[in-house]
Unconditional design. Structure first.
Length: 203
């Protein structure tokens, strides 16, 4: 397993962002010829799970995303499966700083087939709790909006959407149209620039 050459616990925000870019380009990002789930062609592919499930990567993701949350945030939620490790990492990061003690909610893709038939997994929160929706990667924005709907149906307030990586393919405009605040840590161009700077042969 790839291990960073330093402890992420001691890094500044800028240093942490640099190390996270390194992990993403080493473990999550590939260039080539790829056919996506939609059937569309892409000249790159990104899967953040090898980073968000990496011990050091999870710490960096949790710390950096937590730093982008507004102080009034009271909980975080995300659509399974991509957001599962992210909401956990951000919740853990909230033990050390404000906004503090953020519970994590996981949004199911289908309602639970037994018992309470619930769409959300996690602690029961007070009605009107201010929840931020977390994503690993956003493309057109549909998945996060589904999570927004489920959170609202549960009686909570979906205050905004925060993503690790924005593919810059329409999600921001989608959220603006829906009236949902949107924040991102990185864009795909940040990752591509970092990757190419380190993989382009010198002439």
């Amino acid at each position: 397993m790839l291990i960073l050459d330093c402890s992420p616990l001691t890094l500044s925000a800028d240093e942490a962002r640099e190390k996270l870019l390194y992990l993403l380009t080493q473990l999550a990002y590939r260039e080539g010829s790829f056919t996506l789930t939609s059937g569309r062609y892409s000249d790159y592919y990104i899967n953040c799970k090898p980073v968000t499930l990496h011990p050091q990567g999870a710490y960096l993701v949790g710390s950096l995303l937590h730093g982008l949350l507004p102080p009034e945030a009271e909980a975080v939620a995300g659509m399974t499966l991509g957001a599962d490790p992210i909401v956990t990492a951000v919740s853990l990061a909230s033990l050390q700083r404000q906004p503090a003690n953020l519970p994590a909610l996981i949004v199911r893709k289908q309602a639970k087939g037994h018992g309470t038939q619930a769409w959300l997994e996690g602690p029961q929160l007070s009605p009107g709790t201010r929840v931020w929706i977390l994503e690993d990667v956003v493309t057109t924005g549909g998945s996060a909006l589904q999570a927004v709907e489920r959170v609202q149906e549960a009686g909570y307030r979906a205050e905004g959407i925060l993503t690790l990586v924005d593919r810059l393919e329409g999600a921001e405009a989608c959220y603006q149209e829906a009236g949902i605040p949107f924040r991102r840590l990185l864009t795909i161009e940040d990752i591509r620039a970092y990757y190419r700077a380190r993989h382009t042969p010198e002439r």
